[in-house]
Ligand binder design. Structure first.
Ligand code: NAD
Length: 456
């Protein structure tokens, strides 16, 4: 038996114990884990900073956001998932109908390296709160962070191994996918998601995919340009641009385009470390493609990218078929293109194969919220970037190559549950059609009623 198989087997028995606890009993244990993480935030953030190369304050912010979600999942699981009555309808008026969302069993969580706490915990916390045991395979670039989270669980909730980590690269992820877990929560690139889904198809294992993004920011002519430029800089250059729902494209109404470019360029400073050795070459290829197709490097250029560091790059008037526009760059580069109208910006935003999130800047914030409905994305922020990330009651997930299924919020709890419908007959039906010796007269009456109700 391999280590992964043995770990999943241990998780099976832990899942039986964990799933058998009441919502309150699970809540108190989840909150004990939360307190442990919160009390050791400095230690965890230092580890994340060491493994990813991000500044420690950014790592601490990531932990703070993750803990907020954990707290919400722990406190709301009972309310969202617990058995509750639903209307039983006309035909089954003699039944009481109830619905509960029960645990699936063991969830395999496969995580990325860019936010090695916040991102996997978006699945782990909600899966645990829904009553499942979890086997977590962190990215091979951030194994110690993954192990720390599982060790923290074992310390805060000693006894059954409800949360365990298995360490290794894609081969270990593939093994976990094969292992017969009850669901896989995968976060990573669309290319890997396709492989994971193919494996899941073999065993009919359900899957939630949190994929990459090519998120656009739309800047209307009436926008607060200082705020928009600040948000674009944070969303585009923060975490060295390695944010799934970070800003990668900015569409600016033509009348304010030069002014916006000027403000953004002034903020495009600071060299950052990239987490993986492969990433700088990808970023450079995108910048070179944009420039060779006639895009203008307003700040930086191919020379901003060294073997391990990248300084911000601002690219203007980049053709929409350049890979800097069509593919996820995952580096601190921003493509800033002018548009004739917000409608054109919406159309270009939606032309991407990705659909994770977007942001809109406009003084008419209600109008901007209406525009959000036209976007083919799972989330949108008005007059901010990544506003949804810190709202635990909102679901998170994308469409297209950005994935499917939802983490966070009530949808995120249900994602790791099976709906169970139960009816309880209170009295015999006055018109009983569910019997072999059905009375034809009762059937006639039922049909008359049916026509009256639905055929008029
Ligand atoms: P990746 O696809 O290279 O790897 C993700 C995980 O999958 C890793 O743990 C890896 O070991 C594992 N893996 C690799 N091959 C596998 C296989 N055949 N079977 C099972 N598992 C396998 O992604 P990455 O480079 O670690 O992360 C960056 C990507 O993640 C970006 O595209 C980013 O946008 C995306 N991301 C998305 C979200 C979100 O919530 N939507 C959050 C963070 C990151």
């Amino acid at each position: 038996m391999t280590e992964v198989q043995a770990t999943v087997e241990k998780a099976r028995s832990a899942a039986r114990w964990w799933g058998g606890l009441s919502y309150n009993e699970r809540r108190s244990r989840l909150l004990a884990w939360k307190r442990h993480i919160a009390r050791h935030i400095g230690e965890l953030a230092a580890l994340v900073a060491e493994e990813t190369g991000k500044p420690q304050d950014d790592a601490a912010l990531e932990v703070m956001l993750a803990v907020e979600h954990l707290d919400w999942a722990a406190r709301n699981a009972g309310k969202v998932l617990g058995r509750h009555r639903v209307p039983s309808g006309m035909l089954a008026a003699n039944h009481v109908a109830t619905l509960e969302y029960l645990p699936l069993g063991v969830i395999g969580v496969i995580g990325p390296w860019n936010y090695p706490v916040y991102t996997p915990l978006g699945s782990v916390s909600y899966a645990l709160a829904a009553g499942n045991a979890v086997v977590f395979k962190p990215s091979e670039h951030t194994p110690r962070t993954g192990a720390w989270l599982a060790d923290a669980w074992a310390t805060a909730v000693p006894g059954e191994p409800v949360l365990q980590a298995v360490l290794g690269d894609g081969a270990v992820g593939a093994e976990l996918t094969w292992s017969g877990v009850d669901k896989i929560a995968f976060t990573g690139s669309a290319a890997t998601a396709r492989k994971v889904m193919a494996t899941c198809a073999e065993t009919l294992t359900p899957l939630v995919v949190e994929g990459g993004g090519k998120d656009a920011m739309i800047v209307a002519a009436d926008a607060d340009l200082d705020a928009a430029a600040r948000a674009a800089a944070f969303g585009g250059f923060g975490n060295a641009g390695q944010t799934c729902a970070g800003v990668e494209r900015v569409y600016v109404e033509r009348s304010v385009y030069p002014e916006f470019l000027g403000k953004l360029s002034a903020l495009a400073v600071g060299e950052q470390t990239m987490t993986t050795p492969e990433q700088p070459a990808i970023v450079r290829a995108h910048v070179e493609d944009a420039v060779s197709r006639g895009g203008r490097a307003v700040v930086g250029g191919p020379s901003s990218i060294t073997a391990s560091t990248v300084a911000p790059v601002v690219l203007a008037e980049v053709p929409e078929d350049s890979i800097a526009v069509t593919e996820e760059t995952f580096g601190p580069t921003l493509v800033v293109n002018p548009v004739d109208s917000v409608d054109e910006a919406v159309q270009l935003t939606n032309a991407s194969k990705y659909g994770l999130a977007a942001s809109i800047f406009s003084k008419d914030s209600h109008g901007a919220t209406r525009i959000a409905r036209k976007l083919r994305t799972g989330a949108a922020s008005v007059n901010a970037v990544l506003g949804f990330a810190g709202v635990p009651s909102l679901p998170f997930g994308g469409v297209g190559d950005s994935g499917f299924g939802r983490i966070h919020g009530a949808d995120g709890l249900r994602e790791f549950s099976r709906a169970q419908a139960v009816t309880r007959q209170r009295f015999a039906a006055p018109m009983d059609l569910m019997r072999l010796d059905r009375d034809p007269k009762v059937m006639q009456r039922a049909l008359r009623l049916f026509h009256f109700r639905h055929g008029r």
